[in-house]
Design a binder for this molecule. Structure first.
Ligand SMILES: NC(=O)c1ccc[n+]([C@@H]2O[C@H](COP(=O)([O-])OP(=O)(O)OC[C@H]3O[C@@H](n4cnc5c(N)ncnc54)[C@H](OP(=O)(O)O)[C@@H]3O)[C@@H](O)[C@H]2O)c1
Length: 239
C-alpha cells in the first residue's frame, strides 16, 4: 500500500511501538495520523501538536469507544491494530482472569476495531489493515501461554479478515515481531529490537506490498524456520 497520502489510525499510540509507528507513518508521508489511546492526553505532546496528527480516545475493549472513533475518523484508509497487553503465566497454573484480559484486548479488541472500521476502509478503498501480532503467535514461549494463545487467535482472525476483505480494496497484513524493547517486556531478559526499527520495517513492508512482515532480525530468522518447519520453531521457542 502507498503510505504517502494515506490517512492512518494507530491504536495504542501513546507509548511503545504504537508511538514509533505514528512517527514512521508521518515520515512516510501519511497526510493524517489519528494517534489513539485509552486516554488521548497521554499521547506525547510533541506528537499531538504535529499538524498532521489528530488524537482520539479509543479503548479497544469498549464497543462504545470503538464505535465513536469509527464515526469520528470516517476518512481512515489505513488501520493499524497495535494495542496489546501481556499477562504472564503458564497454561496449567496461570490466573485465567489475566488470560481473559489478553484475549479481550489482543484478539477480540483487534476484531472489534476491525469490524467497526471495515465499512470506513471499504468506502475509502484502496486501503489496508495492519495487525501487530507477534512471532510467538505462531509457536508459544514458556510463561506467556495466554498471551500467545490470544495472539494465535488474532493471527487466525487476520487470515479470515484477509479473505473476507479480498476483492473490496482492503489488504490485511500481519506483522510478526520478535521481542521489542518496550514497557511490555520490561524486566524480561531477552533479545529485544528497538521499537524504532520495528516500526520502520513494518511501514517499509507495508509500502513494499508484503502481506506478512517479519520486522526485525530475530523474527526474520525464526519466520524462515517456521515457513520451512513449524514444529522446529515450536521446539526452539519452547526451549
Ligand atoms: N514488546 C514486545 O516484545 C512485542 C513483541 C511482539 C509484538 N508486540 C506487540 O506490539 C504491540 C505494541 O506493544 P508494545 O510493545 O508497544 O507494548 P506497550 O509498550 O506495553 O504498549 C501497549 C500499548 O497498548 C495500549 N493498550 C493496552 N490496552 C489497550 C486497550 N484496551 N485499548 C487501547 N489501547 C490499549 C497501551 O495503552 P495504555 O498506555 O493506555 O496502557 C499502550 O499504548 C502489542 O500488540 C504487542 O502485543 C510486542
Amino acid at each position: 500500500m502507498n503510505v504517502d497520502g494515506s490517512i492512518a489510525l494507530v491504536t495504542g499510540a501513546n507509548r511503545g511501538l504504537g508511538a514509533r509507528l505514528v512517527d514512521r507513518l508521518l515520515d512516510a508521508g501519511a497526510s493524517k495520523v489519528y494517534a489513539t489511546a485509552r486516554d488521548p492526553h497521554t499521547v506525547d505532546p510533541v506528537v499531538s501538536s504535529h499538524p498532521r496528527v489528530s488524537t482520539l480516545a479509543l479503548d479497544v475493549t469498549d464497543q462504545a469507544s470503538v464505535d465513536a472513533a469509527a464515526k469520528a475518523a470516517a476518512d481512515v484508509t489505513l488501520l493499524v491494530n497495535n494495542a496489546g497487553v501481556l499477562g504472564f503465566g503458564t497454561a496449567l497454573d496461570a490466573d485465567l482472569d489475566l488470560f481473559q484480559r489478553d484475549a479481550l484486548t489482543n484478539y477480540i479488541g483487534l476484531l472489534r476495531v476491525s469490524q467497526a472500521f471495515a465499512p470506513v476502509l471499504t468506502t475509502n478503498a484502496p486501503g489496508a489493515i495492519v495487525n501487530v501480532l507477534t512471532l510467538i503467535a505462531l509457536a508459544p514461549v514458556a510463561g506467556m501461554a495466554g498471551y500467545c494463545a490470544s495472539k494465535a487467535a488474532a493471527h487466525s482472525i487476520t487470515q479470515s479478515l484477509r479473505a473476507e476483505l479480498r476483492g473490496k480494496g482492503v489488504e490485511v497484513i500481519g506483522a510478526y515481531p520478535g521481542g521489542i524493547d518496550t514497557d511490555m517486556l520490561a524486566g524480561v531478559d531477552a533479545d529485544k529490537a528497538a521499537p524504532e526499527t520495528v516500526a520502520e520495517r513494518i511501514v517499509a513492508g507495508l509500502t513494499a506490498g508484503q502481506t506478512v512482515i517479519w520486522p526485525d532480525d530475530a523474527s526474520a530468522g525464526a519466520g524462515s524456520l517456521y515457513l520451512g518447519d513449524p514444529l522446529a520453531l515450536e521446539r526452539t521457542l519452547a526451549g
